[in-house]
Write a protein that binds this ligand. Structure first.
Ligand code: URP
Ligand code: ZN
Ligand code: ZN
Length: 472
């Protein structure tokens, strides 16, 4: 099947230009002004941008957490992602101590199989390092194509790993060609502060933020950077929320370390005051790290603009308000941590970033797609518009205005943290490997169409800013 996207403006991380895109057998077959095969279906993209499909490097679909399971699974989650212009997700595969990694990976394959409507890959959580884990890691990389490992420095007695585990994971990753991702908050001190707050009778949602101050994110980020330097390895800091963490990442990068930083839409446009909403509504905004005082937002925007932070993930981890967030009505530590963000990631960055002149169109594509593909071993199959790349494409109308609402979103949850927010720009049609998943704002995809992605090792395309340092 051939398709020709005509009259659109192609945007990549490097260029903005008018050209038509010919799709053949799921790949981009030609790009040019006079591509006109007689047997192709014509898709008119007049007045629209044509972006490479977004890649969400940070999702938690169908994940047990906080005494419950995230509401969006690989079906509803990837449908919502597609409506938002995302054509690939990389989800976190949880592991259990003492259990073979292969078993955890099989569990995650079973969650996704038959459900995903777009392509997907996995990161692997590392909670302990021992001989069994070390002997399995080469297989994880070579056979499963899982080339990124996640270490939690927080969630004491749940996911938290100690510094020795982080250091050994960094060393192993260096040897094997993987990227280590960290949730950087000081879990031990948070544990102390939360117990203290509860003992003083503070049970409301806002205490979630007050017991996880930004200093503890900055401290953990700095510690992870130091251990990365010692191990001569590579680090990706997920969901950066505050100035203190940005400062540590910038410092590490200035030293020439391979340290990368991701922020999320929620930290760019929402602030700590949302946790003070009455009638327990603040629970809708409980995630970790927490929302910060408003002044941090400008620091994050500047960091995206100047390259100190490089990517935007959603940290999609959705729970209903009713029945799930409500688990913590009498105790903020029992509110499941996370929010439904997967669908609005691109819209918010486009509207608040590009339209408001904070970042360029090329940066928008780099931050939501290209850089992620390069860091996580998917480039140039994914993350760009080039001959030979997968035809993962978003036809995006920059002039439509819409209001974000739980009434119209496609996530399976009963609220949207951005409820009522006006955004400019919307994906109209979304293609995955040349097939429509969303066409003229209607879902036409198929559960099970999404393919598992074995990813390349870290290093080939991960380049440190303009000073160019090619790794490995
Ligand atoms: O609150 C959050 N972020 N929930 C998801 C798990 C994590 O820490 O990424
Ligand atoms: Zn986290
Ligand atoms: Zn997360």
């Amino acid at each position: 099947m051939k398709r020709l996207i005509k009259n659109g403006t192609i945007v990549t991380a490097a260029d903005v230009y008018h050209a038509d895109v010919l799709i053949e057998d799921g790949k981009i077959a030609a790009i040019g002004e006079h591509v006109s095969p007689h047997d192709a279906e014509i898709i008119d993209a007049k007045g629209c941008y044509v972006f490479p499909g977004g890649i969400d490097p940070h999702t938690h679909l169908d994940m047990p957490f906080g005494g419950t399971v995230t509401k969006d699974d690989f079906q509803s989650g990837t449908i919502a992602a597609a409506f938002g212009g995302t054509t690939t997700v990389i989800d976190f595969c949880l592991t259990n101590k003492g259990e073979p990694l292969a078993k955890a990976i099989e569990t995650w394959h079973n969650k996704a199989k038959g459900k995903a409507v777009i392509d997907y890959g996995f990161h692997l959580m590392i909670s302990e390092i021992n001989d069994d884990v070390l002997s399995e890691l080469p297989k994880v990389i070579e056979e499963e194509g899982i080339t990124s490992f996640k270490v939690f420095m927080a969630y004491k007695n749940v996911f938290q790993a100690d510094d020795g585990t982080l250091y050994r994971t960094l060393s192993a990753a260096k040897q094997l060609g993987a990227l280590v991702m960290v949730h950087a908050e000081n879990g031990d001190v948070i544990d102390y502060l939360t117990k203290q707050a509860l003992a003083e009778g503070h049970t409301e949602p806002v205490y979630h933020a007050l017991t996880r101050p930004p200093e503890l994110e900055g401290e953990a980020t700095g510690r992870a950077c130091q251990l990365t330097q010692l191990a001569d390895s590579q680090l990706y800091v997920v969901h950066v929320s505050c100035a203190q963490a940005v400062e540590k990442i910038a410092e590490a990068r200035n030293k020439g370390l391979n340290v990368w930083g991701e922020t999320c839409p929620q930290y760019l446009v929402l602030d700590q005051s949302y946790l003070e909403k009455p009638n327990f509504e603040g629970a809708k905004y409980v995630w970790s790290p927490p929302l910060r005082e408003k002044w941090h937002q400008e620091v994050l925007w500047n960091a995206l603009k100047n390259g100190q932070l490089q990517t935007l993930g959603s940290d999609q981890c959705s729970f209903d308000f009713k029945g799930q967030k409500e688990l913590g009505r009498d105790d903020f530590t029992k509110i499941p941590n996370g929010g439904p963000i997967i669908e609005d990631r691109l819209s918010i960055l486009f509207s608040e970033g590009v339209k408001k002149g904070r970042i360029t169109l090329n940066q928008f594509v780099d931050i939501t797609s290209t850089r992620i593909a390069k860091l996580f071993g998917l480039f140039p199959k994914k993350g760009t518009i080039a001959v030979g790349s997968d035809a993962d494409l978003v036809i995006f109308d920059p002039n439509v205005e819409r209001v974000i609402s739980a009434e119209t979103h496609h996530m399976a949850v009963d609220y949207n943290p951005f409820e009522g927010m006006k955004v400019a720009g919307e994906p109209i049609s979304v293609l995955s490997r040349g097939e429509f998943v969303v066409r003229d704002k209607v879902f036409v995809g198929k559960p099970g169409y999404g393919q598992y992605l074995k990813r390349e090792k870290y290093g080939k395309y991960a380049v440190l800013n303009e000073n160019e340092k090619l790794t490995i």
